[in-house]
Design a protein around this ligand. Sequence first.
Ligand code: ADP
Ligand code: MG
Length: 475
Amino acid sequence: KAQEKYREMSIAEFFAKNKELAGFSNTTRALYQTIRELVENSLDATDTHSILPEIRISLRELEAATDDKPAKYEVSVEDNGIGVPPNEIANAFGKVLYSSKYVIRQTRGMYGLGIKAAILYSQMTTGQPVFIISSMDSSENIYYRKLLIDIKKNEPVIIEEGQLIKKNNWHGTKVYLTLEGDWTRAKPKIIEYIKRIALISPYAEIIFETPDNEIFYFPRVTKKIPKPPSEAKPHPHGIDIEQLKAMISFTKTKTLLEFMTEEFQTIGEITARKFLESMGLDPNMNPKSLIEKGNSKLLQTLSTGLRTYKGFRPPRSEYLSPIGEELIEVGLKRLFNPEWVKAITRQAKAYEGHPFIVEAGIAYGGNIPPSEEPVLLRYANKIPLLYEEREDVSYKVVSSINWKIYNIEEPMPLVVLVHVASTKIPYKGVGKESLSEVSELESEIRNAIQEIARSLRLYISKRNSEHILREKIVT
Ligand code: ADP
Ligand code: MG
């Protein structure tokens, strides 16, 4: 028999060959996904750092479609964010799975993949390099790089680089990409996406120039910006044995007691002592000894204990950054001009050591077109999710609710918004379009929606009875 041929594939090659995994399955999705990745990076570089975002998105047609070729576009997105350090630009944009977001923090990005997936798609469809201009607030220069990704090596290839002296105090990033796309078909989704971003970020100024020479302008309507998320230490319930080993090899602490209180959130000395005692572990032991040969049983004990011990306090939620009831209500009013609106931000809960907050909003009546099902607006860490609706846990909850018991007429003039904020969103795929059915999450979403729906029922019955009363008086 013939011998099989073995070789290794780089992660860049893997995503080049499996574009659909990252949301680049065709020319329509690719255009949408490219804008999404750029906008989300821009928002992470602004509101996540307490900067009021100014984001300018521009899409130009470079070549029209022909019978056998899709059209070619140039996408550019500019922000006033924190910028990228000059020595990091090449890897951040040219190496798949390179990121500044591999920390425990609520951000839109999380895999270090997004912009590289867009660049790979751009490069494979047009052969053009990506062009990045960036400057940090503290910098006296503006840096630029033109680069391609070496797919076999997963490394950036710099085509051109340089720097200019900064004459004003601009800081931020501007990225230009050229790709094949289908604007006509992507247009409704892209516009919907930008509207939904604007809905929950009234503190941002967003400008979108389309290839049809239209301009969508969402002015800033408030300077109130949610408290930014901060970085957290891991919670013991979310740590597996490999992560534990890595933490031990990095720690500077000298005893197990210190390791527990320094490297994890929510663990004080009393809890740490109790925990170690119940595991039969010596608090004065050097943590490094746990990763030495012969101690794998002890390491296993510690690891299992961390994940399952009931005496730890739940993960801390003050690191999270919800949108807030006020901004959600403002946004829903601005977009739908409803008869009634209400939003709630629930208390934080946790799953597998990750804190999360569910927020929901319901808008009823007014300009909302009645339909068989409520319109569902899904968000995760302030990202609108537009695809895979039926696979999402929120859809499961919303479609299982019997709206009749809330006195809502059919067809329903109803919009339901669900936002999940977390240091770890349980996405179903790397394309980040739907959330898994984590049971803790599901019950929070249900509670949030039902709580608002009960207020809506009160409102509707009051309104209806006043109506009947008026009719009685009139006749
Ligand atoms: P992720 O967003 O998941 O980290 P990306 O591939 O989209 O992955 O981006 C890689 C990194 O590039 C980011 O972590 C960030 O540090 C940097 N970056 C990308 N775009 C911007 C931007 N507009 N402003 C500042 N930094 C950016
Ligand atoms: Mg990103």
